[in-house]
Design a protein around this ligand. Structure first.
Ligand code: CA
Length: 224
């Protein structure tokens, strides 16, 4: 899952980003409201963590603008203020949850997971299936038949992206945008290396891989 953090305090942003990466999330960070809005409207995130007090455009303005544009991604507002009126105002502007600073990382993670679990907030599925391959995105479990397949965080994100687009050819740039963060260079062979790791793990004894190489275009996860 990919999360956007919009927070101008670099220490705070770094603390949240590090914690989320350790939990297997792909994380992008923006340090002002304008950039945050730009990232949120051009990339595909599963959730957005948005600080209230931000340079250029504040968190509430960003949130209102994104909702007006039709974005339905869950948004969690962070703020140092704790007045009840502010809380209500934030939720009225289209935020889904609200976290008052200071908070523990565990609390943020629990609230984020709760947001991602809300079915009405998300059009995206939480269990992906292709033949006997099954991914439970919230439990972060992958099984082939009855067998559980341990995957690294990157392998998991890569498989998730291929599963969401099964039957379609996805190119390296699309993969890089969804599985790696904005600083990744899609022209290195890292993607191919990870595709091979995945094949070894999910293909089992099958001679034909579930992940097809489409020469000159990219990769395709076969339907079953
Ligand atoms: Ca701030």
């Amino acid at each position: 899952m990919r999360v956007l953090i919009v927070e101008d305090e670099k220490k705070m942003a770094g603390f949240i980003a590090r914690g989320l990466k350790e939990e297997g999330y792909v994380v992008d960070t923006a340090y002002d409201g304008e950039t945050g809005w730009e990232y949120a409207s051009t990339n595909d995130y599963d959730a957005i963590i948005l600080d209230w007090m931000l340079p250029k455009m504040n968190g509430l303005e960003v949130c209102t603008k994104l909702r007006k544009e039709g974005l339905r991604t869950p948004i969690m507002i962070l703020t140092a203020r704790d007045e009840v009126e502010d809380k209500i105002k934030g939720l009225n502007q289209g935020a889904d949850d609200y976290l008052t600073k200071p908070f523990s990382f565990d609390e943020l993670l629990a609230r984020l997971r709760a947001l991602l679990r809300r079915p009405q907030e998300l059009a995206k599925e939480k269990i992906l299936i292709s033949g006997n391959l099954k991914m439970d995105l919230l439990a972060r479990r992958v099984t082939v038949g009855q067998e559980e397949i341990p995957l690294s965080q990157k392998e998991f994100s890569l498989l998730e992206y291929l599963m969401r687009h099964k039957g379609e050819v996805v190119n390296r740039i699309q993969i890089a945008e969804h599985v790696w963060d904005l600083h990744f260079d899609p022209m290195t062979n890292t993607i191919d290396v990870y595709i091979n790791f995945l094949r070894k793990k999910i293909d089992g004894a099958h001679s034909k891989s579930r992940i097809e190489t489409v020469r000159g275009h990219g990769y395709r996860l076969l339907e079953s």
